[in-house]
Structures are given as C-alpha cells and as structure tokens.
Design a protein around this ligand. Structure first.
Ligand SMILES: [Ca+2]
Ligand SMILES: [Ca+2]
Length: 367
C-alpha cells in the first residue's frame, strides 16, 4: 500500500492490488483477511501534504498600478471561498455577504493565512494552499474541517489600510489660474463620486437634484472628505483615498461597510470665501458712513428688527456684506440686532450704535 500511494495527485483514483507477501501474508488479519489473501484497494486521493510544506499561492490577478502591498500591522478586508483539496467547499465570505476583516500579523487568523495576507495589493486575487500544520492541525474543527486537512482559499482583497494612514490626495487636474484656494470657513460647491476600493460606486453628487454645498471647517462632511476639499481652486480635480478612521470608522454608515477605505473623485465648482472665526457678518468693502442713517431705511430715527433685517439682507444681496455661510441668516441677524439693542426695547437708536461702537471694537467690526 505504501508503494501504491506514491506519485498520486489529489483527485486521482487507483486500483491497488497488493499480493499477500506485501499485505498480511500467511497469517492474515483477524476474521476479515484470510491467510495468503491478495487485497484489492480502490483508492481516491483526497488530500496530501508534507510536514515540511510551506503555504503555496498562485497569483490569479493583480490590478495595474499597484504601488502598495500589505505589511504586518495593516488592517485588511477580503472575500474568500474556502475549500478542501478535492474542491469541496467548507466556507465562504460571499454567502455571508460581508468581507472578512482582520489585522495582519497579529495571529487573529490561522498562521498560514496570516502569512498569506502579506504582500497583497488592493484588488488582488490569489489561490492559497495551506498545509494543516499552518491551519487547524491534526485536530481540525468539529463539523467543519477534518483533522490534518489541507485548506485552499481563493481570496479577493477589497481594501486594506494602516491605522497610521492619513488622507491620500492626488491632484488630477489643476487649472492654470489657481490663486484662490479653499480653506476653513469657505462655502464651497463641489462634485464628487464616492466609491469603495473595488470600484463599487456608493454615492455621487450627480444623483442629487441640488448641488453639494458645504462650509469647510463646519464639521458637515467626514474628515477625509473635508481634508480632500481643502486647498482646492475652482476647476481643480482630485482623487482622494480616505482610510476608515478619516471616514465612517469601524461601524460604517449607510452603504459604507465597517472599516471601509473610501475613494473620492472631487471637482471644486464654486468657492465663496468665508468669514473669519468669531464673526457672523463682514463688510466686503467700506461700511456705509454714517451707518445709522443707512440702516434707518424709512428715516424715523429708530431701527426695529424688521428694518435691521431688511438692511442686512440688502447688503448681502448687493454683495456689500456677507453673512457667515452655512448658518441661518435669520438667527444671525437676530443675534446681531440683540447686540446693538442695548436697552432691549426692540429697536436700535443712533446713540446705541455709537455707544456700542465706542465700547466694543469687535462689535463695530461686526457691523
Ligand atoms: Ca426706521
Ligand atoms: Ca434700543
């Protein structure tokens, strides 16, 4: 039998005829094998390994332009089909409709897989063969993996990142005229596509009827997108890769799976410079002088909230002043009015404006 099994490959079937002198000879064996019996075995080789085997892999697919490969300490998300050497499937991440996620090199997975996950590219597909001493050993796993089984995994790397990663920004188009760039407080309009690293499109500004508008620094978008939108000029395009700790984190959100790396394609369409921290309204040129008579639209020497509001909105409309972008104008104007109406009687008179101006430099700058 020893001889008959040599040189077989997995899946091969053989009839092995063993003469008595190579089997149980003159004595036979128990009640089932009589003396001098020639034995006929039908053999199917299911699984083979050598204790000296290392894991083996075959690269099935590597995306073009792969510049970074997994190292120990990275966090990887991958899909896999697990089978035995005879092709029988025992597990698959696809049937759970969720990637398998793990840190590499921290022994969270079987030793063979921990080693096999090194040196991979995003999008790469490999077939990995792991001998039992690098998998579940002689014990196996009850009801799932027999003892001493060789495991074959077909894996597809969806993405990986390192906890140290920051946002990766690649400028794909820069307009010739690029002097005014986006920064905190600016109100911007932009186009974007947001995808997973395997190319699955999650969100796109083209899906919405209204344009995507945000105030930078106002915590309105995920930090990775915020970072990617900074320092852009109108017309500039970028590709931005945001690791999950700059995105939706371990839990994900909406269609974004937990710990997913996000890929953004961005284009800045409009840029409106914002207002410095601490201000809610600024004059874009010189303020009217004298201010009170400009504010007192009907000339009755007092300015109630309605009149004050009409005055401010007129400045905004004529681009003489700017309210803080991204905030409710009515609320801002009410606050500004309350600051000027020192005696809280619901109207501003000239003396209040003067007093305010003399007592608080900051307030005068505001209005
Ligand atoms: Ca008035
Ligand atoms: Ca008053």
């Amino acid at each position: 039998m020893d001889e008959g099994l040599l040189g077989m490959c997995v899946g091969e079937r053989r009839i092995i005829i063993v003469p008595p002198f190579l089997a149980y000879g003159e004595t036979g064996h128990g009640t089932s094998v009589p003396p001098q019996a020639t034995l006929v075995f039908e053999v199917l080789l299911v699984d083979v390994f050598n204790p000296k085997d290392d894991l083996m892999f075959v690269v099935k697919e590597v995306p073009e332009g792969c510049t970074r490969r997994t190292v120990s300490g990275d966090y990887i998300r991958y899909h896999y089909n697990g089978s035995f050497q005879d092709g029988t499937a025992f597990d698959s991440s696809y049937k759970r409709n969720s990637t398998y996620n793990t840190y590499i090199g921290k022994r969270y997975v079987i030793p063979g897989m921990d080693k096999a996950l090194l040196g991979l590219c995003i999008g790469e597909k490999r077939r990995i063969t792991i001998p039992p001493h690098m998998a579940y050993g002689e014990e196996g796993v009850v009801d799932l993996i027999p003892g001493s089984a060789v495991l074959v995994f077909d894996i597809h790397v969806i993405d990986f990142h390192n906890p140290e990663d920051t946002v990766d920004i690649k400028v794909t188009h820069k307009p010739q005229e690029c002097t005014v760039t986006s920064e905190a407080d600016d109100l911007i309009q932009y186009r974007y596509n947001c995808s997973l690293m395997d190319g699955t499109l999650l969100y796109s500004s083209d899906q919405f009827d209204s344009p995507s508008i945000t105030t930078l620094g106002a915590n309105m978008v995920i930090p990775g997108l915020e970072e990617g939108l900074r320092g852009m000029c109108v017309g500039e395009r970028r590709e931005v890769v945001a690791p999950p700790h700059w995105g939706h984190g371990e839990n994900g959100a909406g269609d974004v799976p937990g710990s997913a790396v996000l890929f953004f394609e961005l284009e800045l369409q409009k840029l409106q410079k914002g207002i410095p921290e601490g201000f809610m309204f600024v004059w874009l040129g010189d303020s009217p002088d004298p201010l009170f008579s400009a504010m007192d639209l009907n000339g009755d020497k007092e300015v109630p909230l309605e009149e004050f509001s009409a005055f401010i909105m007129l400045q905004v409309k004529e681009a003489k002043g700017r309210l803080r972008p991204g905030f409710d104008a009515g609320t801002i104007i009410q606050d500004m009015f309350n600051n000027q109406d020192l005696n809280k009687d619901g109207k501003i008179i000239e003396d209040e404006l003067k007093l305010q101006g003399e007592s608080q430099q900051v307030r005068r700058d505001e209005l």
